[in-house]
Design a protein around this ligand. Structure first.
Ligand code: NAD
Ligand code: UD1
Length: 337
């Protein structure tokens, strides 16, 4: 059985990828320090797949541990999800983010490359694009991230390019995710929301459920169809499917391939609210406030490259997303506890 090491595998996106890997009969090793996830996710994965992934509780910054993991196993591939992910927190705690995300990734990738791991997939973000002239972003654009989080992702992408210039044998897939949302259709796993979350979809869901009285919509005077911000919301199940395609893509992949993972459509905050109301049959009270600093009016993916080279296309739409988030909300009213 082919072994895959998944860092951050008990997290939101990682756990959905682990389910699909297990369903494809890969032997999965999860490495996670549980800083933003819980061990119970492993049991939930077993409930869905009938299989329990191997679990190593530890940190990607721990050089001895990473060496030990690679010495004890021969991996077919590495999927690197482990990171801190709050854009706003990365502004307040810049050093913590640099240490966890950049130092951690450098450490992990240095060892993985030394051990000759042939298939490495790295989770980057749409945040690397920053403010572009066009709202629809293409992989080849000059990158100009605004937040520390985005700048850190770019540093890791550059580190990956450096590996390639040093050795022609290395091949990587870099995925730039847009707004990852949704949940497994079973409602067993999804996004285990922290009190501190500032992302739209979980806040919409909590408002529909009555845990939040009113949703705050940041800005109603953007130059968009209804004045609210436009984003490319992509179902986590579609993201997970792209990772399986990513693994299969490697024999053809000569060096570094960077793909946008988005639907290629922009939905407004009000589109999300209305679709969620429709699906949940609940009213979502909201009020407008001023724009959130650093927010773009509009950003969505040009997914052409992933559609053509990976033969991957997002299959699920905003209604599917809202339905699965609502199902997860009902089945896990207070998250994973
Ligand atoms: P998540 O927080 O749910 O999962 C990340 C996991 O990594 C968590 O389980 C956490 O405990 C673990 N982790 C963090 N630092 C670690 C460390 N030093 N060592 C070991 N484990 C560590 O986040 P997610 O939404 O699943 O995101 C996964 C990846 O995708 C991240 O790299 C994130 O930056 C990227 N990404 C996410 C989105 C999104 O919308 N969620 C969008 C773009 C990119
Ligand atoms: C950004 C990144 C995305 C990353 C995410 C992680 C870009 C283009 N996208 O998403 O890749 O995964 O951060 O945090 O850089 N909103 C409200 N009220 C709220 C919360 C949000 O109106 O309470 C609005 C925002 O103004 C925005 C939209 O909803 O227009 C989505 O916001 P959010 O879910 O926070 O994600 P982004 O900041 O777009």
């Amino acid at each position: 059985m082919k072994k895959i090491l998944v860092t951050g595998g008990t997290g939101f996106i990682g756990s959905h990828v682990v389910v699909q890997l297990l369903n494809k009969n890969y032997q999965v090793f999860v490495l996670d320090n549980l800083s933003n996830s819980k061990k119970i996710v492993l049991e939930k994965i077993r409930k869905i797949t009938g299989k329990l992934p191997n679990f190593i509780e530890g940190d990607i910054r721990n050089i001895n541990l990473i060496n030990q993991i690679f010495n004890e196993n021969i991996f077919e591939g590495l999927m690197h999800f482990a990171a801190l992910k709050s854009l706003s927190d990365s502004e307040i705690n810049a050093e913590k983010y640099y240490d966890n995300n950049v130092v951690g990734s450098n450490n992990l990738l240095d060892i993985a490359v030394k051990k000759n791991i042939k298939k490495i997939i790295f989770s980057s973000s749409a945040a690397v694009y920053g403010n572009q002239k066009s709202a629809k972003v293409v992989e080849t654009m000059l990158l100009d991230p605004i937040t520390n989080y985005g700048k850190n992702k770019l540093l890791i992408e550059k580190k990956i390019q450096k590996f390639q210039t040093e050795s022609k044998n290395i091949s990587f897939v870099i995925f730039r995710y847009f707004n990852a949302v949704g949940a497994h259709p079973s409602g067993i796993i999804g996004e285990d929301i922290r009190e501190t979350t500032s992302n739209l979809m979980p806040l919409v869901s909590k408002t529909a459920f009555g845990q939040i009285k009113k949703l705050t919509i940041f800005g109603n005077d953007y130059p968009t169809k209804d004045g609210t911000g436009l984003r490319d919301y992509i179902h986590v199940e579609d993201l997970a499917a792209a990772h399986i395609k990513g693994l299969e893509f490697f024999p053809k992949n000569k060096n570094i391939s960077t793909f946008n993972l988005g639907v290629g459509k922009a939905y407004s905050v009000l589109d999300v609210v209305k679709t969620f109301e429709l699906v949940s049959k609940r009213k979502i009270p909201y009020e407008f406030s001023k724009k959130r600093p650093g927010d773009l009016a509009e950003c969505y993916a040009d997914p052409f490259l992933a559609n053509s080279d990976l033969q991957w296309k997002a299959k699920l739409n905003l209604e599917d997303i809202c339905r699965d988030v609502w199902n997860f909300q009902i089945k896990n009213p207070i998250g994973y506890e």
